[in-house]
Design a protein around this ligand. Structure first.
Ligand code: SF4
Ligand code: SF4
Length: 388
């Protein structure tokens, strides 16, 4: 790893939203109060220092930005208003752009115009695609989505989208793996990775480290949004049609499920969780009610707005179908897809949603390193004893 100083780093980071890090005089209060900082992995002060010194390689190879959940406690105690919590957030945006080989993430984070344009272009293409590719024989007597866009075709499109999205995200996750692990990447046997997989699953599902922060409400809101959109992904991509048991398909036009049916319950949970979480975050950002909501990057707004619009159009479709109104159902479906598809193909691999993958993955890598170090220490102890 090079220790070369980059005098332009602060300027570059300002394009990702860095504002007040230059004010820091390194009192260390922020690291002292951070509930997630440990002697082995200290933050956030260290990162403010790296930024001030232009040490880009140190930031690039550090796992710590992904250990921070942005609870805001550090910013609350900073006597200089240097916003260490926001600084960690900026580090995550910058890292996301560094892992991404396509260059899209950088463009997203540094140009509001580009982000809006990219989303508009994809939305228009989806709208045109749905208008061109349909059966040409819609049922105008009943709201019957399959009569316009059959489920098997939509399923194919969903799977294609999931494949592209997974390729982009996983290739970037692999680059993250290479920089975080460095030389260790080739030394640690696969068996050790396997032994820590449980940690990966736990952190993806529960975000349990966030629970250690003082502001438990932030953890709850985060968990609601995350479990909400993971449930939607499960319904739309995995359960839509043909991939699972007949009675668990998320078919759009099957006879209505009973109120207690698992598919219906998962759908209602997802709707409630996303609407609750996004509304709380939008109100917080509008009111700037706590330090974590004081600064809003355009990508923060885009994430919340697209997620909320997708959910709201989904709710409207649910009701127009129940009311059996064909035209509003078909029109709303087109709008719903024009919002949902750009959100999935652009936000997941390149913007805020990527955190969903990087954070638990980096925590998992640290556990792997820890386990490997423990095993190495256990091997060394007897040999030292023998030498004595
Ligand atoms: S960011 Fe603030 S609290 Fe942290 S070391 Fe700098 S001045 Fe102190
Ligand atoms: S925002 Fe919270 S988790 Fe992140 S560095 Fe500050 S105190 Fe720690």
């Amino acid at each position: 790893m090079s220790n070369k100083v980059d005098p332009n780093l602060m300027k570059e980071l300002s394009e990702f939203g860095l504002k007040d890090a230059y004010k820091c005089y390194h009192c260390g209060n922020c690291t002292a109060v951070c509930p997630l900082s440990t002697p082995e992995n200290q933050f956030p002060r260290k990162f403010v220092r790296y930024m001030q010194l232009g040490q880009r390689d140190k930031i690039l190879t550090s796992p710590e930005p992904w250990l921070c959940y942005y609870c805001g406690t550090c910013s609350d105690v900073c006597p200089r208003g240097a916003e260490p919590g926001e600084t960690m957030m900026v580090a995550r945006r910058w890292l996301t752009s560094q892992y991404d080989w396509t260059g899209f993430a950088r463009k997203f984070y540094t140009s509001e115009k580009f982000e809006i344009m990219a989303i508009t272009v994809v939305a228009v293409l989806v709208g045109i695609g749905l208008l061109i590719f349909n059966t040409g024989n819609p049922n105008w007597d009943h709201a019957h989505l399959n009569s316009v866009w059959p489920s098997d075709k939509i399923e194919l499109a969903d799977l294609g989208m999931a494949a592209i999205l997974s390729f982009l995200l996983l290739s970037n996750v692999f680059r993250c793996y290479k920089v975080v692990m460095g030389d260790m990447a080739t030394k640690i046997p696969l068996r050790v990775y396997g032994s820590q997989l449980k940690e990966l699953i736990i952190h993806v599902l529960t975000q349990k480290r966030f629970g250690k922060c003082e502001d438990r409400m932030q953890w709850f809101v985060h968990l609601m949004i995350m479990t909400g959109y993971s449930s939607v992904f499960l319904l739309v991509v995995v359960l839509i049609n043909g991939l699972t048991f007949e009675n668990l398909k998320f078919q759009r036009d099957l006879p209505e499920y009973a109120l207690w049916h698992p598919i219906r319950l998962v759908g209602y949970y997802a709707t409630f969780a996303i609407m609750y979480g996004t509304t709380y975050a939008i109100i917080g950002r509008l009111r700037k009610s706590k330090s974590v909501y004081k600064y809003s990057h355009p990508t923060d707004w885009m994430f919340l707005i697209l997620l909320q619009l997708t959910t709201m159009t989904g709710i409207f479709i649910h009701f127009t179908r129940l009311l059996d109104w064909p035209f509003p159902t078909y029109a709303l479906y087109v709008i719903h897809m024009m919002v949902a598809v750009p959100m999935l193909v652009l936000e997941v691999p390149f913007a805020k949603w990527a955190h969903l993958a990087y954070r638990p993955f980096v925590i998992f890598l640290l556990k792997v390193k820890e386990q490997y170090a423990k095993e190495q220490a256990a091997v060394k102890v007897p040999s030292v004893a023998l030498a004595d």
